[in-house]
Design a protein around this ligand. Structure first.
Ligand SMILES: [Zn+2]
Ligand SMILES: [Zn+2]
Length: 363
């Protein structure tokens, strides 16, 4: 099995042959067709968040089931699947009360320490990133990390649903529960922000305001459903937002960059009773300072882990929205690269080029 190995912060990923164990009870071997490059991978590669090396990154994958272990009833060989980092135990309080994306016992789906590791490199264990490790031509995962999808769905676009789309649309639908006719602001128009914009359009938001400093992304945001775009490099975003909303502010703001100052700015643009949802991942230890006065008018701040998803049902719906022509994933997929070019793909991300690059394992 071929994989891109993370060896430590600020080191390029290395393409090497790795070994996968045979599927144990509840485990599934998936032939990966595509894996998206996500900012979260880059955060770990740059050492902003800790990760035990060596490891295989990648958490936005789609593929086809090849082998299932004992006890797997949800899937069979040949099924098309999307992986999700929100693997759930299915038994804890959060899982059973309808919040599986914040499962309290994800360890339950990992192998016991006395079992051989799922992934290894020349006899040494490899860290499985977020229960997936999608930068490899095969993944060995627990069945609770997979959603079965309609085989009519193209697997390259299905991969995008694995993280970006589920996160952005989910933040709108599940975390904030945006209502018909409301005003929505999205800070940051990368793949997650554009997904939030599409979610807001699907939810029937009246004003959808996109803010970014990248002209191309703002054009994309308009094509994806933004009714107003603001280039915060050239104008004062707060002034513009207040003008658009007749000085009231927005009902919902989504921070999809992962920046404390932008989060504060977005909060200050909320209408009374408005809600800020923090989607973007920030550095470990990051703190946000907000004036208490604003909370008196019932403004709220919500965290959102992977769009507060229930991914096995969410992903099937998102696939249907795509097949129905109501969710644009074609324009989100901006580049396809073979696995050996993965480092160049991350360089493109650092330069802000394109929206989503995928590793296409058929290349
Ligand atoms: Zn991601
Ligand atoms: Zn659980």
């Amino acid at each position: 099995m071929r994989a891109a190995i993370y060896t430590g912060p600020d080191q390029p990923l290395q393409i090497q042959q790795i070994q996968l164990a045979d599927p144990a009870h509840s485990e599934v071997l998936v032939e990966v067709h595509a894996t998206g490059l996500c900012h979260t991978d880059l955060h770990f590669m740059q050492g902003h968040l800790p990760l035990l090396a060596p490891a295989v990154l990648g958490h936005e994958s789609a593929g086809i089931v090849r082998v299932v272990g004992a006890g797997v009833s949800y899937l069979k060989p040949g099924d098309h699947v999307i992986g999700c980092l929100s693997a759930f135990c299915g038994c804890c309080h959060m899982c059973l009360s309808g919040h599986p994306s914040i499962c309290e016992d994800q360890d339950a789906i990992n192998r016991d320490p006395d079992q051989p590791p799922r992934l290894s490199l020349d006899g040494q264990p490899l860290t499985q990133f977020m229960n997936l490790s999608g930068f490899a031509d095969h993944m060995l995962v627990h069945e609770h990390a997979l959603a079965k999808i309609d085989p009519a769905m193209p697997l390259d676009r299905a991969a995008l649903i694995g993280c970006a789309v589920t996160t952005g649309v989910g933040a709108v639908m599940h975390t904030a529960k945006v209502t018909l006719g409301s005003s929505v602001l999205v800070f940051g128009c990368g793949a997650v922000g554009l997904s939030a914009i599409q979610g807001a359009r699907l939810a029937g938001a009246l004003d959808i305001i996109a803010i970014d400093i990248n002209v191309q992304r703002l054009q994309m945001a308009a094509a994806f459903g933004a009714t107003h775009t603001i280039n915060s490099k050239s104008v004062d975003a707060s002034t513009e937002v207040m003008a658009i909303t007749e000085n009231r502010g927005v009902d919902y703001a989504f921070e999809a960059v992962g920046d404390q100052q932008l989060a504060r700015q977005a909060f200050m643009m909320l209408r009374k009773n408005g809600t800020l949802v923090l989607i973007g991942l920030m550095r470990e230890g990051a703190e946000i300072s907000l004036p208490f006065q604003q909370f008196i008018a019932q403004r709220k701040v919500l965290g959102s882990d992977m769009g507060s998803n229930q991914f096995r049902t969410d992903m099937q719906r998102l696939v249907k929205f795509y097949l129905d022509g109501r969710l644009n994933l074609d324009d989100m997929l901006s580049a396809r690269i073979p696995l050996p070019e993965i480092n160049q793909g991350f360089e493109m991300m650092k330069r802000g080029e394109g929206i989503r690059t995928i590793v296409d394992f058929s290349l």
